[in-house]
Design a protein around this ligand. Structure first.
Ligand code: GLC
Length: 481
């Protein structure tokens, strides 16, 4: 355990509180193993039938990109915070270029209704086309578009799917249980835009495709950002619910595998395995979806700052921090952005001046002592470490399920998202946890890499795969292996 006693100016009571928190937030190797066991069982259940905690959604993506793909596609990436409209040019030889425009999704749009929501998206597409001189009114051709929609969607084809539930602060009415491609296509038509939605993609699938376009050994795409989730190539013979489905009868088998969107944020919604603390439960209870996305709420950027904020308020109320004084700012839900935690954890100045700035000038705490700042830094470190280790357990679970691939050689995992990209030492801690679970030798076979712009590029690749799968289906019924 960290020697909290060595921190400058801390009192014995503060040390005791830190030790107590450390006990609650630390994940032992045994606990990691128990989580993997739970994950593997949950994956099997989700692959066997619908409606399970891990949704394990077949994505209809069966082909692996080769990197030689060429073509220009539009892509829309609706993530947790922004909408990005992109034009992606795949140039072959694993090269691509991307032209993109970012729009921050206003809170009132997230909480509006289906029509307002999709009209806003269509308006952003229109702005992009106008700003980049891509006027579609004079042509008869339509532009193909891949739509990355980063929510749980039950797919019924490569460009069809109904929203299972909202999360990450989105609540727009009239979208759940409806086909999001229909809703988007109708909104594009209302604006007379000649754009056809040819692919519907989860952001994890986008990350996997982008990684695979650049590296053929890619087996898994992961997001550690506002939310968290993963997609991976699963063998068809391990997906009983797909084999039994009408969709499987109607769709030619393009290969013996399919990308599965796991929706792993829902792991352990029943709270049987994860070591939830009082703070986690308190955050969960105040969200739009209590007892849902339980794993996501312990790992991802939207919630990490909030759990940390609860811990700080607890220490304040115990008179162990900031002389018992909070601020109006810190009392606000979600005021402690996870990005502030990255700054605090990275602060190596002797007086912790970046931490002081964040606490006093951003969160408006009247005054902090050096001991206060060290305590805050320790809390942030504990929570970041726990998130990275949980992430490692999740990645290790999937790689255990695909041990056949891992034992055969290098498996690349394409990862995107702010936690992975910016949280200090996230990747290192995650890999340490993977090694504790799988052993160093197998862990050395796992290459983790940043799948930057995965959602945009991946959507374009799936739009292209959709064309390929369609052409193959109409040309012959022979499976490609
Ligand atoms: C949430 C969504 C999931 C998405 C993830 C990361 O968990 O349900 O579809 O992949 O966030 O953005």
């Amino acid at each position: 355990m960290t020697n909290f006693r060595a921190l400058p100016e801390v009192t014995p009571a503060q040390v005791a509180a830190l030790e107590d928190l450390h006990r609650h937030f630390t994940l032992s190797t045994d606990k990691l193993h128990a989580i993997v066991k739970g994950f593997l069982a949950g994956m099997d259940r989700g692959l066997a039938k619908d409606g399970e905690e891990l949704a394990m959604i077949p994505t209809f993506v069966q082909i692996r990109p080769t990197g030689q793909e060429k073509g220009t596609y539009m892509a829309l990436d609706l993530g947790g915070t922004n909408l990005r409209v992109c034009e992606v040019t795949l140039k072959g030889s694993s090269q691509f270029s991307i032209l993109q425009q970012k729009f921050t999704i206003p809170q009132h749009i997230k909480q509006s209704n289906a029509r307002t929501f999709f009209d806003w998206i269509a308006e952003c597409v229109s702005v992009f086309l106008t700003d980049h001189g891509r006027d579609t009114s004079s042509t008869t051709e339509t532009i193909p578009l891949g739509f990355t929609f980063s929510f749980a969607v039950a797919q019924t084809s490569i460009n069809r799917g109904t929203l299972i539930m909202w999360n990450k602060g989105f609540t727009a009415e009239g979208v759940v249980n409806r086909d999001v491609v229909h809703l988007l296509q109708d909104a594009l038509l209302r604006k007379h835009l000649r754009v056809t939605v040819t692919a519907l993609v989860n952001d994890t699938v986008g990350a996997l495709m982008t990684s695979a376009f650049q590296n053929p050994s890619s087996v898994m795409g992961v997001i550690f950002g506002t939310g968290t989730n993963a997609a991976y190539y699963e063998r068809l013979d391990r997906i009983p619910k797909w084999l039994k489905s009408d969709a499987a009868q109607q769709n030619p088998h393009h290969s013996d595998e399919m990308v599965i969107n796991m929706e792993w944020g829902s792991f352990d919604n029943s709270k049987q395995v994860l070591p939830l603390t009082w703070f986690d439960n308190s955050v969960d209870r105040e969200t739009q979806n209590p007892c849902m996305q339980v794993f996501e709420k312990m790992v991802s950027g939207l919630y990490l700052g909030e759990v940390t904020r609860k811990v700080l308020l607890y220490l304040i109320d115990c008179q162990l921090l900031f002389q018992g004084q909070s601020s109006t700012e810190l009392n606000q839900t979600h005021s402690l952005d996870t990005a502030y935690m990255s700054t605090i954890v990275a602060d190596e100045t002797p007086e912790l001046l970046d931490t002081q700035y964040t606490l006093e000038s951003v969160l408006l705490i009247p005054a902090t002592t050096l001991a206060d700042r060290h305590i805050v830094k320790q809390v942030c470190m504990m929570l970041g470490l726990r998130s990275a280790r949980l992430s490692g357990a999740a990645v290790a679970s999937v790689m255990s399920a695909r041990k056949d691939l891992l034992e055969a050689g290098i498996c690349t995992v394409g990862i995107d998202g702010s936690m992975y990209e910016f949280y200090p030492r996230f990747e290192e801690y995650m890999r340490e946890a993977i090694a504790e679970i799988l052993g160093q030798q197998l862990t050395d076979n796992i290459v983790t890499t940043l799948a930057k712009d995965g959602s945009g590029v991946g959507a374009a690749i799936v739009a292209m795969i959709a064309d390929k799968q369609k052409a193959l289906a109409s040309n012959n019924d022979n499976p490609i292996v």
